[in-house]
Design a binder for this molecule. Sequence first.
Ligand SMILES: [Zn+2]
Length: 240
Amino acid sequence: MNRHDTAVHSSSPSSGLSTELCAAIAEIHRRGWCEGTGGNFSCVTKRAPLQLLMAPSGVDKGKVKATDLITVDCRGAVLEGMGQASAETRLHLTIVETTGAGAVLHTHSQAATLLSRYAMVQGQDGQPASAKEAEQDRSGCYLRMQGLEMLKGLEGITSHNQNIAIPVFDNDQDLDRLSTRCRPHLQEAPYSLLISGHGLYVWGRDLKITHRHLEILEFLLEQHWRQLLLQAATGIGGLS
Ligand SMILES: [Zn+2]
């Protein structure tokens, strides 16, 4: 198929999505979750063949304009736009292919960077809760949260008593290898995964829901490290 048959042009319906994605990136940057060139953000514009609209590599995420966005194919090759695709595109594609998500938002927030390392170092958070989890990845590591009303902002969660276990993976500059390790966990993950010392990946049915999931998960991560500090300071357990 001719490349121009599949390209998404600025006059297409996705131009509204470009504006929406840039607004989301600007807001995420304003919240301090993607300082400098950190993080990356994508939306599905076509399912068959798969195409993503995303921020290019190496740009200041506080200054991304609609004309800066690139369109990539299912191999991460740039179909449209002047920028380069980030190596992290591979993990965005894996998440979209595996979960059917309509968007992926990846932040380098303080809380995600801190807690992903904490979970990896701390044995108690990292132990698989069930035999199924253990079977999925014997070195599996999870950050668990429960008892919080804000959990209900995640699709499918209806009570604060439900708990979530965010899978945590060692950082790896080989994104093909990292994506292969993440893939078996994605269907059961609570719309999110953590990369140790690196950041958070969040997804959802569309950009709006994914942005809501991101705000919820960043809140939950903030809450979690504050709970840990309070517990350490007071000796009162049961907060997390
Ligand atoms: Zn990153």
